[in-house]
Design a protein around this ligand. Structure first.
Ligand SMILES: NC(=O)c1ccc[n+]([C@@H]2O[C@H](COP(=O)([O-])OP(=O)(O)OC[C@H]3O[C@@H](n4cnc5c(N)ncnc54)[C@H](O)[C@@H]3O)[C@@H](O)[C@H]2O)c1
Length: 251
């Protein structure tokens, strides 16, 4: 039976690479994103579907699941990936950004899992992969909402693993260090401007400062691992943080 996957934030970066890797394995992929132009184009290329939805809103999450089930009759794999960054010290941290980040990066994964639960259980080999971060395990200054949301995902991961286990449902959080995506390319360019140094120096001095392997990950590195965790072979891996952090949290 062809499996069905929903990838949030699938129009760009890690989500895009996950959509491609799963489609390569013969999975029907549903991309959910606010970027309709890019999402539609990719869905067409992959022979899947695109749903435009703002997942920071409860009805966006509901629509995403309902529409997927209407299109393909079920859901086997949920990849909670959509996200963004906001960087400011706590006294200046805009309260709206806190609300927006927790809505998209913590509440939406919970709601999507809740709404998809009957389908994930019916699947018999349901898979939930949350895209966390090294910031699911360690903190950095100026990223209060991001670090909080990514740590929160770990708690959700463990509860879903415990409740889903008897139904063959696994849930894991993949925790990468920096990945070369549009989100990170923009941060590198911004910091190069602010600091008056070359982008290569920003990579080396800022983004790779804490890691043992001095190289940014590529989206496909994360996606190939996600595809493995979605496979039948990974049935025994659940409730875990899967670190791909170039040695960051080994310190
Ligand atoms: N790039 C990294 O270095 C890195 C490292 C660790 C974890 N992550 C995590 O990986 C995930 C993806 O990051 P990325 O670097 O690929 O980013 P990206 O900006 O390339 O892609 C994010 C996607 O999410 C979509 N999105 C944003 N807000 C949305 C909303 N309200 N509703 C629906 N879709 C929305 C965007 O349109 C975009 O397509 C994020 O959760 C991020 O925290 C990224």
């Amino acid at each position: 039976m062809t499996r069905v996957a929903l990838v949030t934030g699938g129009a760009s970066g890690i989500g895009r690479a996950c959509s491609e890797a799963l489609a390569k394995q013969g999975v029907k992929v549903v991309i959910v994103d606010i970027n309709a132009a890019k999402g539609q184009e990719l869905a067409q290329d992959l022979g899947g579907a695109f749903i435009e939805a703002d997942l920071s809103k409860r009805n966006g999450c509901q629509t995403a699941i309902e529409e997927t089930v209407r299109l393909y009759g079920g859901l086997d794999i949920l990849i909670n990936n959509a996200g963004f960054q906001h960087i400011d010290p706590i006294p200046d941290f805009p309260e709206d950004s806190w609300d927006d980040m927790l809505a998209l990066m913590l509440t939406a994964p919970f709601l999507l899992i809740k709404y998809a639960w009957p389908q994930l259980i019916k699947s018999g080999q349901g898979r939930v992969i949350n895209i966390g971060s090294a910031h699911s395990l360690a903190a950095s200054p100026f990223k209060a909402a991001y670090v909080t949301a990514k740590h929160g995902l770990m708690g959700l991961t463990k509860v879903v693993a415990l409740e889903g286990g008897e139904h063959g449902l696994t849930c894991n959080t993949v925790c990468p260090a920096y990945v070369r995506t549009p989100l990170v390319e923009k941060q590198i360019a911004d910091q190069a401007r602010t600091r008056g140094i070359r982008p290569e120096e920003v990579e080396e001095k800022v983004f790779l400062e804490n890691v043992a392997v001095k190289k940014l990950l590529e989206p496909s590195d994360v996606a190939n691992y996600v595809a493995y965790l979605c496979s039948a072979d990974a049935w025994g891996i659940t409730g875990t943080a899967q670190t791909m952090d170039l040695g960051w949290t080994a310190r």
